[in-house]
Design a protein around this ligand. Structure first.
Ligand code: HEM
Length: 69
């Protein structure tokens, strides 16, 4: 995997956007990236919600203030 698409780099882009920063992800459409996992491995929307839930719990644990969008 090249640096541009490393997990770390993708996480930085995701967290930047999720926390209100720049949306500069121009990579593969995540719908396409996850299609095989959806079709063959049972990946569902609740798994994505689980990721978001873990992120929210971590931010709360770290004392990050909540904002309403
Ligand atoms: C908010 C949650 C998630 C986000 C934002 C996200 C985002 C992405 C993105 C952008 C890619 C494409 C990377 C690239 O092609 O350069 C990707 C690929 C992938 N994701 Fe996720 N993802 C999430 C959740 C998950 C979950 C829950 C799983 C499995 C449990 C998963 C497994 C994978 C795998 C295996 C790939 C590589 C697919 C391939 O190239 O064959 N992701 N994800």
């Amino acid at each position: 995997m090249c640096v541009k698409h490393s997990i770390r780099n993708l996480q930085v882009k995701f967290l930047t956007y999720a926390l209100g920063g720049a949306d500069d992800y121009f990579g593969k459409d995540p719908t396409i990236s996850h299609r095989r996992l959806h079709n063959e491995k049972g990946l569902r929307v609740e798994h994505f919600y689980a990721v978001v839930g873990h992120l929210q719990a971590t931010l709360r644990e770290l004392g990050v203030a909540e904002v309403s969008w």
